[in-house]
Design a protein around this ligand. Structure first.
Ligand code: SF4
Ligand code: SF4
Length: 454
């Protein structure tokens, strides 16, 4: 357990990066609202990093809220649980915004549902006591996190229990909880910090206990002073520290967060574990608290529906598996200026058109951009200005990787460390020649993966 003094660390940052317009104004001040139970949800069997989950139900089975739908398909995997009461339908296939075709288990709503304030209280509200956390069995904490299907809710969707399972060869001395939310437009983490700060702190204490970490730090960018204040109050007397970081994109990436807070460099291709750190997002921390303290699996998450192209931007507590269409409809629909719908935010998200697709555990928002937002000059030749190199937070040379990718030179892309790119989009954002660098790099990565399968 951490020492009891709560400190605030200030002004951390990382090298490189960019400053895109934040555009949080659409939804940052809008409290989380509970979406009414949809008529149907569709649960992709693969919505996390690792092996697909394996169904434990069949068509026509009746399920209650929280019942297990599929079990983990291995150590790096996660089970799924029913986010509504209803009847299981025949397994189908859906295309997610990232263009992946996945098997889904549909559930048609039937029977009594948990709705409104009662659902909010069940997921995020009510009391969150820290008592006894420092006496809990570490293995029981990680087992519960695994059984409840918790994965990283910041977008990566990596199964959380894997990070916190004790490993004597690579001990974790510090748990970092990520409240930076640097992606433009999106505000679900901000609202969770404001509306459920004690759930975030409880989750942080639980995972530190599980991992045996002595130090716990919550990192928040300095454009969120209200979140810093409520977290400081919630953390009082626990020893959890708050690091206030400079606002810069991509401060919310875990390697950049580790550099900014701890001044430790994660090796290229390495993991936070290699430098004694485990990182979880604030929404994940709250989900961990719900799982371990209340025995409830991951069935819902907070999603922003935002941007100038949506009629009524909102932050919604939504069941996993609800369709994007139902979220957009609940926010009054698209307005006449809507030009592009993005799952996530404009820097790392995926533009898509199939609004019938379901949201997953990793969906943090839907951003509806206007023609003004997406207007971009036509692509021209590289002028060798080096701005993409200056912007890359991983120290890569994006222009060379993109060129090699265009030439389908798999060996050369690897020599330029293409797999070290985490697709933050800084290079594309800054390029004056409008070269779609990150898109080319994504294609290059697919080429590398395909070549390794041969
Ligand atoms: S090369 Fe990758 S990591 Fe570097 S700026 Fe571009 S997208 Fe980000
Ligand atoms: S920013 Fe664009 S134009 Fe400048 S070097 Fe990189 S790829 Fe070339």
């Amino acid at each position: 357990m951490a020492a009891t003094q709560t400190q605030t660390l200030k002004n951390g940052t990382f090298p490189h990066g960019v400053h895109p317009p934040e555009h949080k104004e659409f939804s940052e001040d809008i409290p989380i609202e509970v979406v009414p139970t949809p008529s149907k949800v569709m649960l992709p069997l693969l919505q996390h990093v690792g092996a697909p989950s394996v169904p434990v139900v069949k068509a026509k089975d009746v399920v209650a809220l929280g019942d297990m739908i599929s079990k983990g398909g291995g150590f790096v995997s996660a089970p799924l649980h029913a986010p509504i009461a209803g009847k299981v339908l025949k397994t189908a296939v859906s295309t997610l915004p990232n263009a992946r075709h996945v098997q889904v288990i549909p559930i048609k709503a039937d029977g009594e549902q948990l709705e409104g304030q009662a659902l909010f209280d069940d997921v995020l509200g009510g009391e969150w006591s820290y008592e006894g956390i420092d006496q809990r069995d570490p293995q029981e904490i990680t087992d519960t996190i695994a059984a409840c299907g918790i994965v990283g809710l910041g977008g990566a969707a990596f199964p959380t229990h894997v990070k916190y399972t004790r490993n004597d060869e690579k001990p974790v001395d510090t748990v970092l909880i990520n409240g930076c939310e640097c992606e433009p437009f999106l505000t679900p983490d901000y609202r969770v910090m404001l509306e459920a700060p004690r759930a975030v702190v409880a989750g942080a204490l639980l995972v530190a206990r599980a991992a045996g970490a002595e130090t716990i730090i919550i990192g928040v960018e300095n454009n969120k002073p209200r979140a810093v204040e409520v977290l400081k109050q919630a953390a009082a007397g626990t020893g959890v520290q708050i690091a206030v970081l400079k606002t810069k994109y991509p401060q919310g990436s875990e390697k950049q967060l580790i550099t900014a807070v701890l001044k430790r460099e994660t090796p290229l291709g390495g993991l936070p574990l290699d430098v004694g750190v485990a990182v979880s997002n604030v929404g994940t921390a709250a989900a961990i608290a719900r799982a371990v303290l209340r025995g409830k699996p991951l069935t819902h998450r907070v999603v922003s529906v935002t941007g100038a192209g949506i009629r009524e931007p909102k932050n919604l507590l939504a069941p996993i598996g609800i369709s994007y269409q139902e979220l957009v409809d609940f926010c009054g629909g698209l307005n006449a200026s809507a030009a592009r719908i993005v799952s996530g935010g404009p820097m790392m998200g995926f533009a898509f058109a199939n609004l019938d697709a379901p949201i997953t555990k990793g969906t943090s928002g839907v951003t509806v951009l206007t023609a003004k937002d997406v207007r971009k000059a036509e692509e021209t030749a590289c002028i060798r200005c080096g701005r993409c190199v200056d912007a890359c937070p991983m120290g890569l040379v994006p222009t060379k990787i993109a060129l090699a990718s265009r030439a389908q030179d798999v060996d050369l892309t690897q020599r330029y460390h293409i797999m070290g790119c985490f697709e933050c989009g800084c290079c594309t954002y800054i390029c004056p020649a409008s070269i779609p660098l990150v898109q080319l790099i994504r294609t290059g990565k697919a080429q590398v993966i395909a070549s390794q399968r041969k």
